[in-house]
Design a protein around this ligand. Structure first.
Ligand code: 13P
Length: 253
C-alpha cells in the first residue's frame, strides 16, 4: 500500500456538539495546511454524529468511517446498522472487530461476516487484531494474531482493487498512554503481513495495509509510521482533540 492512513476512532467519547466542534476545527486546520497527497485522514464518529460530521467534512481532506456495522443488509434487527446504511451515510471506511467489541462478545465468525458485508458495499474494512495482556504474558501473541486474521478473512474474496486494512492494536496498551515498543510493532506488522499473504494469496498486496493502534500521540506517531511495514495509525484519545490530531497529521511526510 502506498497510501498512509490516520484514522480517528472517537469511540463513545464525544457528545454531538463536541463532535461537530472537533470535526469543524479539523476541517478548517486542514484546509489551511498542505498535507502529503498519499495521506488519508479518516474520522470515525459514533452513529449519532455521523451525518453532521459527514456534512462538515464534505469537500474537505477528511473521509468518513463508522465504528462498526452489521452484516445483514436490511430487516428486523433492532439496534443494528447495516453496511448499506453506513455507505448511505457517506462512509467509505468501517472499523470491525475492535477489542472493545470483542470484549462484549463479538466472535471471529461475526467479524468475518461483517467484513464480507462491508466489502460487498464497497467499504474499506479496518479490521482490528491484537492480544490481551494475559495472552502476551503467556507468549501466545503470535498465535492469537494469526488466528484472528485467518478467521476474519476466511473465505473472503475481495474484488481485485478492494482495500483491506488490518489494525494491530495490542489490547493492553489501548488507552494507557504507553504505546508498544517499536521492535514489537515491527515484528507484529511482519507477522500480520505474512498472515494476510496466507489468507488472501490471490489479492494484490498493494491493496492490503497494516496500521498500528494503541496510545498513539504526536510524540510517538513517527516511531510507527516510519517503519517500512506500517502504513498509518488508528488513534483513540489523541484524536478527540482536533489540534492534537492535526499535530499528528502534520508529522506524516
Ligand atoms: P488509544 O489511542 O486511546 O489508546 O485508543 C486506541 C484505539 O483503541 C483505537 O481504536
Amino acid at each position: 500500500m502506498t497510501e498512509k492512513y490516520l484514522i480517528a476512532n472517537w469511540k463513545m467519547q464525544l457528545d454531538k456538539e463536541q463532535a461537530i466542534q472537533q470535526a469543524s476545527l479539523l476541517a478548517k486546520l486542514l484546509s489551511e495546511e498542505k498535507i502529503s497527497k498519499d495521506l488519508r485522514v479518516v474520522l470515525c464518529p459514533d452513529f449519532i454524529a455521523l451525518s453532521e460530521v459527514a456534512d462538515i467534512i464534505k469537500g474537505s481532506k477528511i473521509a468518513l468511517g463508522a465504528q462498526d456495522g452489521f452484516y445483514e443488509e436490511a430487516g428486523a434487527f433492532t439496534s443494528q446498522v447495516s453496511m448499506r446504511q453506513i455507505k448511505e451515510a457517506a462512509c467509505q471506511f468501517v472499523i470491525l472487530g475492535h477489542s472493545e467489541r470483542r470484549k462484549l462478545g463479538e466472535s471471529d465468525e461475526i467479524i468475518n461476516k461483517k467484513i464480507k458485508a462491508a466489502l460487498e458495499q464497497g467499504l474499506v474494512p479496518i479490521v482490528c487484531v491484537g492480544e490481551t495482556f494475559d495472552e502476551r504474558k503467556e507468549g501466545q501473541q503470535d498465535l492469537v494474531i494469526m488466528h484472528q486474521i485467518y478467521e476474519a478473512l476466511k473465505n473472503i474474496k475481495p474484488k481485485p482493487d478492494q482495500k483491506i486494512i488490518i489494525a494491530y492494536e495490542p489490547v493492553w496498551v489501548i488507552g494507557t498512554g504507553q504505546a508498544i515498543g517499536i521492535a514489537d510493532a515491527f515484528y507484529a506488522a511482519s507477522l500480520i503481513q505474512q498472515s494476510l499473504l496466507d489468507s488472501l494469496p490471490d489479492h494484490d498486496k498493494k491493496y492490503c495495509g497494516v496500521i498500528y493502534g494503541g496510545s498513539v500521540n504526536s510524540s510517538n506517531i513517527n516511531d510507527f509510521v516510519d517503519l517500512p511495514n506500517i502504513q498509518g495509525a488508528l488513534v483513540g484519545n489523541a484524536s478527540l482533540d482536533a489540534q492534537e490530531f492535526f499535530t499528528i497529521i502534520k508529522k506524516i511526510k
